[in-house]
Design a protein around this ligand. Sequence first.
Ligand SMILES: [Zn+2]
Ligand SMILES: [Zn+2]
Length: 134
Amino acid sequence: MNCPKCSTALVIKYYKGMLEVESCPACRGMWLEIHELDRLEDVAFSEDARKGSLIHESRLTKFPCPHCESPLHEFTYRLYDLHLDGCPNHHGFWLDGGEDERVIEIMRARSASLNRPPEAEWQEVLRNLVAFFR
Ligand SMILES: [Zn+2]
Ligand SMILES: [Zn+2]
């Protein structure tokens, strides 16, 4: 698999002790496969998590899915100001380099008020995204 942004071959990286991701050594972006996220937790999705309002401003990009080469769609994940590129054929989604660290920072801030570990917040974001893609 090659990076959708810079075409460098992706390498496996163990991310935050949670999941294996395909990572780009050149631009430091990463590809998250939906089947990988399925393993995170088998918690039932709430109906709220399925609402499209969580995600808006979907638009076509020129970047190819590393699996099927369909153009990725860019989404804005409203709550966290998170921009993701997702495959329209449900192969997964792409985070640009550094975006994941920014997300974790937001999660830390949220977790401080909710008294939950930031990893739990992050997994919730991922679960919502997986639910959206289904
Ligand atoms: Zn790259
Ligand atoms: Zn695809």
